[in-house]
Design a protein around this ligand. Structure first.
Ligand SMILES: [Zn+2]
Length: 355
């Protein structure tokens, strides 16, 4: 078996709640770490697919497990969904771009809101071009696009309405919230499918963020988030595994995520891994939950290895576990700490594991 096939099978077995040969180790490495590690400014990173590809290949050839999570994917920032729904995107110098809310007045602006078309609206067509170019380049090297990512309906709705107004609308105008959620969900479904097609139909998984969902009570989340997330995962391309990301507080929601149809969840460090394992570990694959800002960024490699050993022993038994960060790692994380995570999986993650 080639290294690449072994990594793929390891990753898929964990997603399917089985025991692979050993625990896959896949911290979520995204644009911020790449930019810091390879000393690329944001304009170069987002403006050059070749720069992204070179950085990804360099890392993934060194750590083959990472090919499948976060995987080879196009990096395009966090305002794409909002741009397709009509938001103006602001690009401050030396800061993250953000979307200007487009629904300033529910009565006047909501009737004009239409689902974003990935091939026509906002920055989405550029993302499609990035994905198809990435797929072509990877094919010539015998790699493929393995993952997609999008912001989920609550995250997008809060962005296009403005987060304060959106949360007040839950009380003031629930009907309008459902109308916004409906349009955001249709946009998300179209975006997920278009990413899949543009990326050469090879994606294994698509991750959907629901960080803003944490700010809803269980009652509100059931009414305003669950049906839409379920519709989104039902509408994903055939055979693609849906993964939920929520690095905020999930203790009041974690069982409910099972009902969305997502097969895996990446979650924050304030929910102890053994509690998550106990509550949902036989129904969802767990990814996590090393906090990217704590030991991963500031600890010694020995401390990282010890923390990973602890996670593996608590969440590894029985399978369905991927050693990961609870969110995207930041640029301060030294490469030595990444190596320590991989070493921990090799040393302590070989099955059978007893808790
Ligand atoms: Zn997050």
């Amino acid at each position: 078996m080639t290294t690449q096939t072994a990594a793929r099978e390891r990753f898929l077995a964990a997603l399917n709640l089985q025991e692979p040969d050993r625990v896959p180790v896949c911290p979520w490495i995204t644009s911020d770490w790449f930019q810091g590690h390879y000393d690329l400014d944001a304009a170069t990173w987002y403006g050059s697919l070749d720069a992204q590809l070179e950085a990804m290949l360099n890392l993934y050839e060194r750590f083959p497990d990472f090919q499948y999570f976060p995987g080879f994917r196009a990096s395009y920032g966090s305002t794409v969904e909002a741009s397709s729904l009509g938001c103006e995107i602001k690009w401050p110098k030396n800061a993250t771009p953000y979307a200007e809310p487009v629904i300033k007045d529910l009565g006047a602006d909501l009737p004009n809101l239409k689902p974003g078309d990935p091939y026509k609206d906002g920055r989405m067509p550029q993302v499609m071009e990035l994905y198809s170019e990435l797929a072509n380049k990877l094919a010539s090297m015998n790699y493929e696009v393995t993952s997609g990512f999008l912001h989920g309906p609550i995250d997008v709705a809060a962005e296009i309405r403005g987060i304060t107004d959106f949360f007040m609308d839950l009380y003031r105008d629930p009907k309008a919230v459902h109308a916004i959620m409906d349009i955001c969900t249709e946009t998300c479904i179209a975006f997920a499918n278009a990413q899949y097609e543009a990326g050469g139909s090879s994606m294994l998984h698509i991750m959907v963020s629901d960080d803003s969902g944490s700010q809803l009570s269980e009652k509100h989340w059931k009414e305003f988030a669950l049906p839409y997330l379920k519709r989104l995962f039902d509408g994903m391309p055939e055979g693609v595994v849906g993964v939920i990301h929520n690095c905020s507080r999930v203790s009041h929601l974690i069982e409910l995520y099972i009902q969305t149809g997502a097969k895996a969840i990446q979650f924050g460090e304030d929910l102890p891994i053994e509690v998550a394992k106990e509550r949902v570990g036989d129904k969802m694959c767990l990814l996590g939950n090393m906090g990217p800002l704590g030991i991963m960024s500031n600890g010694t490699p020995e401390e990282v290895e010890a923390a990973c050993k602890d996670l593996i022993q608590k969440a590894g038994p029985g399978g369905g576990y991927i050693l990961s960060s609870s969110g995207s790692v930041n640029r301060e994380m030294p490469l030595e700490n990444l190596e320590a995570m991989v070493r921990a999986a090799e040393k302590y993650g070989t099955y059978p594991i007893s808790g």
